[in-house]
Design a protein around this ligand. Structure first.
Ligand SMILES: C[S@@+](CC[C@H](N)C(=O)[O-])C[C@H]1O[C@@H](n2cnc3c(N)ncnc32)[C@H](O)[C@@H]1O
Length: 276
C-alpha cells in the first residue's frame, strides 16, 4: 500500500530558483487533479527547474537530469546553500556586461561556485535560455534582467527539501527503471519531435530524438505494468498520441508559453498529458 501521504505536512510555497524552458508550474497549478494524492517515492527523470517537485514537496524523491551542471547546482544548494547564497550576493553587486562574460568564460570545480555561476547566468542571460555549443560550453549572451537575487529566493528551504532527494545525472531510462509499484513518476521530456504546434528546443549538446521518444514510451509502458503511477507531458502531436493511445489515458491541456524569444511561440497552445 502507498503511504497515505508522501507530502510534507505544512507546505510553504517554494518558487523554483531557475527559469527553465518547459517549466511545469502552470500544469500543477492549473490541473492539480491530474496528480496522484498518495504515493511512495516521487521520481522525476527530466528535472529542469523542478517546478512540480517544489510544488508537491515530497519527502522521498529521486531527481535526475542529463545536464550535469544543472544537477551539480542542486547538489551545491543541498550541501552548502549559505555559501552559494553569499557568492550570489557578490555577483548581484558586481553584475555588469563585462562581469557576465567573465563569469561565463570560467569553470569552477567547487560545487558551491559552480552552482552560483549556473544560477547567476540563468538569471541574467538572454531569456533564461540554456544552450551549449558543440564542446558543451554555455554560450547564451547577456540578457536584460539584472537581478541576481530575487525576493522569492529561499535557498535554506530548498536545501531542506532536497535532503530527502537523491540527485542523479543520468539518461532517463535508467531512472524510469528504478520506479516500483506505487511510486509516482513525473515525466516531462523535451518536446523535440516532428511537431505541429510546439517550439523546437535544444536543451543540451545532444538533441532528444524521435528514437528517444519511442524508447521513453516503451520504458513507461514497462513501468506501468509494474504498478508505477505515471504522469507524462508531451507535444500535442499525432505521432506522440499514437505512441501512447493504446495503453494510457491522454488529455489535451492548455499552457501559456512565454519563454521562447520568438513571438511565434508565445501565447496559448495545447500540450498532451499522458497518465495511468
Ligand atoms: C522540458 S525540460 C523539464 C522541465 C521541468 N519539468 C521543469 O518544470 O522545469 C526537459 C529536461 O530534460 C533534460 N533531458 C534532455 N534529454 C534527456 C535525457 N536523454 N535524459 C534525461 N534528461 C534529459 C533536459 O536537460 C531538460 O532539463
Amino acid at each position: 500500500m502507498p503511504r497515505k501521504n508522501n507530502y510534507h505536512i505544512t507546505k510553504d510555497k517554494v518558487v523554483p530558483f531557475l527559469k527553465w524552458a518547459g517549466g511545469k508550474r502552470w500544469l500543477i497549478t492549473q490541473y492539480p487533479e491530474l496528480f496522484p494524492k498518495n504515493f511512495n517515492r516521487y521520481i522525476e527523470p527530466f528535472l529542469g527547474s523542478g517546478a512540480v517537485f517544489f510544488h508537491l514537496q515530497p519527502q522521498k524523491a529521486i531527481l535526475s537530469d542529463i545536464n550535469r551542471d544543472l544537477i551539480d547546482t542542486y547538489r551545491g544548494i543541498k550541501t552548502d546553500w549559505e555559501s552559494v547564497w553569499n557568492i550570489l550576493k557578490k555577483y548581484h553587486k558586481d553584475h555588469s556586461e563585462d562581469y557576465y562574460y567573465k563569469i561565463r568564460s570560467r569553470n569552477f570545480d567547487e560545487l558551491k561556485k559552480g552552482a552560483a555561476r549556473f544560477i547567476y547566468l540563468n538569471r541574467t542571460c538572454w531569456n533564461g535560455l540554456y544552450r551549449v555549443n558543440r564542446e558543451g560550453v554555455f554560450n547564451v549572451p547577456i540578457g536584460t534582467k539584472t537581478n541576481v537575487i530575487l525576493n522569492t529566493d529561499d535557498f535554506g528551504k530548498i536545501s531542506r527539501l532536497l535532503k530527502g532527494a537523491k540527485l542523479l545525472v543520468s539518461d532517463f531510462e535508467i531512472i524510469v527503471q528504478k520506479a516500483e509499484k506505487d511510486d509516482f513518476l513525473f515525466v516531462d521530456p523535451p518536446y523535440t519531435v516532428k511537431h505541429d504546434d510546439n517550439g523546437f528546443i535544444k536543451y543540451n549538446d545532444r538533441l532528444f530524438q524521435w528514437e528517444d521518444q519511442i524508447r521513453l514510451s516503451e520504458c513507461l509502458l514497462a513501468a506501468k505494468k509494474r504498478g508505477v503511477k505515471i504522469l507524462c507531458t508531451n507535444a500535442n502531436n499525432l505521432l506522440i498520441r499514437k505512441l501512447y493511445k493504446n495503453n494510457f489515458f491522454i488529455k489535451r491541456v492548455n499552457r501559456h508559453s512565454v519563454i521562447a524569444g520568438n513571438s511565434l511561440y508565445r501565447g496559448s497552445c495545447k500540450e498532451l498529458v499522458i497518465y495511468t
